[in-house]
Write a protein that binds this ligand. Structure first.
Ligand code: V47
Length: 353
């Protein structure tokens, strides 16, 4: 049976068939992914009003793709005080944010309580705000640093008020590529184990994939299929987020960058393969806004949010340092023919704009 027939019959594709999807005509692929997107979500495009906070950039790990952590290339180490963080949340809450997205570097100087206390303080002062915090890479770092099990860290996160986990730290699961781009940090299996434990504890998370660096198409498919397997087991992933590699100020020597066509094909393939992950997020920060809007017709049904301040990808060249104003966000979705639906962090609908 051909790949197209298998898709028509709603048969799942394995690695060999999935790779062939890249050989399809761009618009044929778009049409398949768009049909699935419309069946699942109609013309709704989800977004949230959120604030990203990156409390420290001091990191014990050296990921080759990272321009954010304090290093020779970015010699501006900082660690925010809890007062500074609370002030940010206070100001952002006036703008109507529903979520804080807190991701840090792996800072060995702060102490475990520094990480956990800030969640407690945010929850105490702003109980209505959803706290999405700590990637699996951070959880692994904290577990190692403080000689605790993943289960113990997860228990402490939940007790401190963390509601959901962001999808960062997944990068590319293929072990060889991973060793070259971020050797020494959480392994692929550990990343998956941590999300599994988080899901088993009754909470939801997202999953990312960093692509467009030294990986091949096959590595991307392998990454998605490992996520699909875990999702079959736990059902805990809300969204898959393909992050396009940004090339400035880091140590990776990448010669050829992705074309828009390759990015859109990857989004569409994600929508086709990840049948059990409800949402595909076109993260406008890394795909560019224009491509993210186009991605709505290639399977993506979520554009993340207004963000307000973005430090990780903008350090590597993305034009996202100041987020995007709400009205502009809504207008862009509307003008591209979709219905902007504000959501909370776990995809309950809040308002159709
Ligand atoms: O894992 C680092 C990526 C991620 C670069 O869960 C880079 O809703 C591109 O976790 N080019 C962290 N990407 C960001 C993250 C995230 C972002 C948005 C939404 C969600 C969510 C999670 O940032 C890291 C890494 O893959 N990153 N450097 C770079 N040069």
């Amino acid at each position: 049976m051909s790949v197209l027939e298998k898709i028509k019959n709603k048969q799942r594709l394995g690695l060999e068939d999935a790779i062939k999807l890249y050989d399809l005509d761009l618009f044929e692929l778009a049409s398949i992914a768009n049909d699935i997107r419309r069946e699942k979500h109609g013309d709704k495009t989800y977004f949230n009003i959120n604030r990203h906070i990156n409390p420290t950039n001091i990191c014990k790990d050296v990921c080759q793709f990272c321009a954010y952590s304090a290093s020779r290339k970015n010699p501006n180490p900082y660690t925010m005080s809890h007062e500074q963080i609370l002030e940010i949340v206070k100001n952002s809450s006036k703008n109507g944010i529903k979520e804080v997205h807190i991701v840090s570097a792996h800072n060995p100087d702060t102490g475990l309580e520094w990480y956990l206390d800030i969640f407690k303080k945010i929850k105490m002062e702003f109980p209505q705000i959803h706290v999405k915090a700590l990637t699996a890479a951070e959880i692994h770092f904290l577990a190692q640093e403080y000689k605790l099990s993943y289960e113990e860290i997860i228990k402490k996160m939940i007790e401190s008020g963390v509601d959901s986990m962001p999808g960062g730290g997944a990068e590319i699961f293929d072990e060889k590529v991973r060793k070259r781009i971020c050797g020494g940090k959480v392994t692929s299996q550990q990343w998956l184990d941590i999300h599994k434990l988080w899901h088993k504890a009754g909470h939801e998370s997202n999953a990312t994939m960093l692509f467009g660096h030294i990986e091949t198409r096959e590595h991307r498919i392998d990454h998605m299929l490992r996520l699909r397997d875990l999702q079959d087991e736990t059902g805990g992933f809300n969204a898959f987020i393909p992050l396009v590699y940004q090339k400035e100020n880091n140590y990776l020597k990448v010669k050829d960058f992705l074309t828009g066509q390759e990015i859109l094909k990857t989004m569409a393939i994600a929508r086709i393969l990840l049948d059990s992950i409800p949402h595909i997020k076109a993260y406008w920060v890394t795909s560019t806004v224009k491509l993210a809007l186009l991605a709505q017709e290639f399977g993506a049904n979520d554009l993340d949010g207004t963000i307000e301040k973005e430090s990780i990808q903008s350090a590597a060249g993305a034009k996202s340092a100041n987020g995007m104003p709400l009205q502009q966000f809504v207008d862009l979705i509307k003008n591209s023919g979709f219905t902007p639906v504000e959501r909370d962090s776990v995809y309950n609908e809040i308002k159709v704009w």
